[in-house]
Design a protein around this ligand. Structure first.
Ligand SMILES: C[S@@+](CC[C@H](N)C(=O)[O-])C[C@H]1O[C@@H](n2cnc3c(N)ncnc32)[C@H](O)[C@@H]1O
Length: 277
């Protein structure tokens, strides 16, 4: 579906999309109809049931069309180009790896799990990892909570001699991550687990020197106690999936459990927090 109107109205609707029970597969804002803007949203199901929740003001123009039968997630990812984030060069299976020795190349084929490196939250986490590496931080036990396609865990495996656990609530994501881990030859370094948040016996209190959690603001706040408790003293936590407007609330949820904010990175409308226990 496409919604056309003033940018401020569309940004309000975009904020609601994050909280829908069945969030869309994708959404993007375009400025190709200025002075109006266009918010294009792709739902897996008919969007009709979601319209009430979105609370679309009457003055906006709404156009709903079914998409032809195709796997649009894979289709759209197929045409993505390679991407750099710090020392990491992420490319699809249809592209060449970088020939520059300083680059760490990660191959992530188009797939159904989140995390091709193109989203600002993912590249923001990779940039934070790059900064930690530059600062000489050498964590030995790492957790990627909500691993999606496995990209953050793979990036750690390629740069650090660490034991890595990568979890996801979604079994399909773990299947995709497993395939990506093999493609990148790091299967011996990463243990993949299906887990909801911190609910798994392998996720022990004080068990990790570095934890990534790129999820969304609300679950990050809900899980602040559990996620904070996983960190060893001095351990580093990288949080993403929150909008800039949510950074303060997420930060204070974690400072409430004794963590200290080291860095706040802005990428587009997103914020990435690096914190220390
Ligand atoms: C935004 S994606 C991030 C993927 C990848 N880590 C990245 O940075 O590109 C969030 C992932 O977290 C997973 N997730 C959401 N809630 C979760 C929970 N409570 N426990 C574990 N994983 C969760 C989703 O299934 C999804 O794969």
């Amino acid at each position: 579906m496409a919604i056309v109107g003033p940018k401020s109205d569309l940004l309000d609707i975009e904020n609601h999309l994050h909280g829908l029970v069945e969030p869309p597969l994708s959404f993007s804002l375009f400025d190709d109809e200025l002075p109006d803007w266009r918010l294009q949203i792709i739902f897996a199901q008919q969007p009709a049931e979601q319209m009430g929740d979105l609370d679309i003001p009457d003055h906006l123009h709404v156009d709903i069309k079914p998409l032809p039968e195709k796997n649009w997630v894979i289709e759209s990812l197929r045409y993505l180009t390679s991407q750099r984030a710090g020392r990491f060069f992420i490319h699809g299976s249809h592209e060449e790896a970088s020939d520059q020795l300083k680059d760490v190349c990660i191959c992530i084929p188009a797939g159904m799990a989140f995390g091709t490196g193109h989203h600002e939250t993912t590249s923001g986490c990779l940039i934070e990892l790059d900064k930690l590496l530059l600062a000489g931080v050498v964590p030995s036990r790492v957790l990627d909570l909500g691993t999606g396609a496995g990209i953050l865990a793979i990036a750690v495996a390629m740069t650090l001699p660490a034991d890595i656990i990568a979890t996801d609530i979604d079994p399909e994501a773990i299947e995709v991550a497993s395939s990506n881990v093999q493609i990148n030859g790091v299967q011996d370094k990463i243990e993949l687990l299906i887990a909801d948040g911190v609910e798994h016996p392998a996720l022990q209190v004080g068990g990790f020197d570095l934890v990534f959690a790129n999820i969304l603001a609300a679950p990050l706040i809900d899980m602040a106690s559990g996620i904070s408790s996983l960190l060893a003293p001095g351990g580093v936590l990288i949080l993403a999936g929150l909008l800039e407007t949510q950074a303060e609330a997420v930060t204070s949820a974690y400072t409430g459990f004794g963590l200290q904010l080291l860095r706040l990175q802005h990428r587009g409308e997103w914020a990435i927090l690096t914190m220390r226990a």
